[in-house]
Design a protein around this ligand. Structure first.
Ligand code: SAH
Ligand code: SF4
Length: 380
């Protein structure tokens, strides 16, 4: 399916854009155009940008450097609302997770993972996912739509509200890194993701360096070059298998863009060198992709790519067709990679007590609602 066709088919419903429109998510140029249409000078747009993305103002009243009359006019035309929080949880390890609900009732999740030296915010790019990786619960959800730029950037802004870090200052930030590893395939919603990430990277906006942003893709080869050229963010690739016959099954997109093509696109990704490697994600599935031979083949595949590997213990969900690899097999796999000079840490599960792994919370909430409403129905 082509990118633009996909974008149209899965666009957010028109109802969302009716009524006062949100200013969040407009590019600087579009914001300036809106302000010019109200007959205001261009510097007002810049002030507004500062209030929105540096100060984190959630209503026009708070924007005290703007005249009262202008604030009132803005309020009749626009809104600056955040997504609504359907539920919020904090894990014993400090991981925080929000289930966000949009006006059409659709939900996505955002997860904040505080670590010693940094804090990573995992955001979603779509409601559900059109791809159907066999180990991924998001891929089993039938409803899919793209998130708008406002809904993507809104996740970061809401997290900043919640951890209390406005105005955006460069020191002592809690949220230091952004990863597009929540629900959805970001390269199937590239336009909106790009709009949102440009705001996230704007030095007078949310001011995240492109080196602090990582986009994770299951391997949408034609969009990878564009992502590198237009955004230049870090790339994570969900590889998960070293043989096409295995990857065809667990990541069906592989039938379209097989491993060799995917790795070629990785070699061509701009800015990749030893100090800025591509992360290869590898979910450990018992007896599927976790043998010593798989590990040695992986070393060979990555030989000429500045790479690091993230070994992810499979997070099982009810009805999942796989099991997580045995700890000893994961350790052996990691050892083979390290011995060959490839960094391959095992990702420690975070927020287990609140089901914080990407794709898990929303699934739990849906199952709950489903069983409450339709007790006879067997969950998919
Ligand atoms: N669609 C993108 C980004 C979202 S998925 C992608 O596939 O890369 C983010 C990561 O979580 C991917 O590496 C994905 O393979 C992994 N993942 C999905 N379900 C998982 C599960 N049940 N256990 C462990 N990792 C999982
Ligand atoms: Fe979609 Fe990523 Fe899940 Fe695959 S792993 S179904 S691409 S969200």
């Amino acid at each position: 399916m082509s990118g633009s066709h996909h974008a149209q088919q899965f666009a957010p419903p028109a109802a969302l854009t009716a009524g006062p429109r949100t200013l969040i998510g407009l590019s600087r140029a579009d914001l300036e155009a809106e302000i010019a249409a109200l007959g205001e000078p261009a510097f007002r747009a810049r002030q507004l940008w500062h209030w929105l993305y540096h100060r984190g103002a959630t209503d026009f009243e708070a924007m005290t450097s703007l005249s009262k009359a202008f604030r009132a006019r803005l309020a009749t035309h626009f809104r600056v609302a955040r997504p609504a929080i359907a539920s919020a949880q904090i894990s014993t390890d400090g991981t925080r997770k929000w289930l966000l609900r949009f006006p059409d009732g659709q939900e996505v999740e955002t997860v904040f993972i505080p670590q010693e030296e940094r804090g990573t915010l995992c955001i979603s790019s779509q409601v559900g996912c059109t791809l159907t990786c066999r180990f991924c619960h998001t891929g089993t959800q039938r409803l899919v739509r793209n998130l708008s730029p406002a809904e993507i950037i809104g996740q970061i802004m809401l997290a900043r509200d919640e951890v209390g870090e406005w105005p955006a200052s460069s020191e002592d930030r809690k949220i230091t890194n952004i990863v597009l590893m929540g629900m959805g395939e970001p390269l199937y919603n590239f336009e909106n993701v790009a709009e949102a990430m440009k705001i996230a990277m704007d030095p007078e906006g949310l001011a995240f360096s492109r080196r602090k942003i990582t986009l994770s893709t299951s391997g949408v080869v034609p969009a990878m070059a564009r992502c590198g050229a237009e955004l230049g963010v870090n790339l994570a690739v969900s590889l998960h298998a070293v043989h096409d016959d295995v990857r065809d099954v667990i990541v069906p997109l592989n039938k379209k863009y097989p491993i060799a093509q995917l790795l070629d696109a990785c070699r061509a990704y701009p800015g990749t060198h030893n100090a800025r490697r591509i992360t290869f994600e590898y979910v450990m599935l018992r007896g599927v992709n976790d043998s010593a031979e798989d590990a040695r083949t992986l070393v060979g595949l990555l030989k000429d790519i500045p790479a690091k590997v993230n070994l992810i213990p499979f997070n099982a969900w009810p009805g999942a067709p796989y099991e997580c690899s045995r700890p000893a097999d994961i350790a052996a796999f990691s050892d083979i990679l390290f011995a060959a000079g490839v960094s391959a840490p095992v990702r420690t599960p975070r927020g287990r007590d609140i089901l914080a792994a990407c794709g898990q919370l929303k699934s739990a909430s849906q199952r709950l609602k489903k069983s409450e409403r339709e007790p006879a129905e067997v969950p998919a």
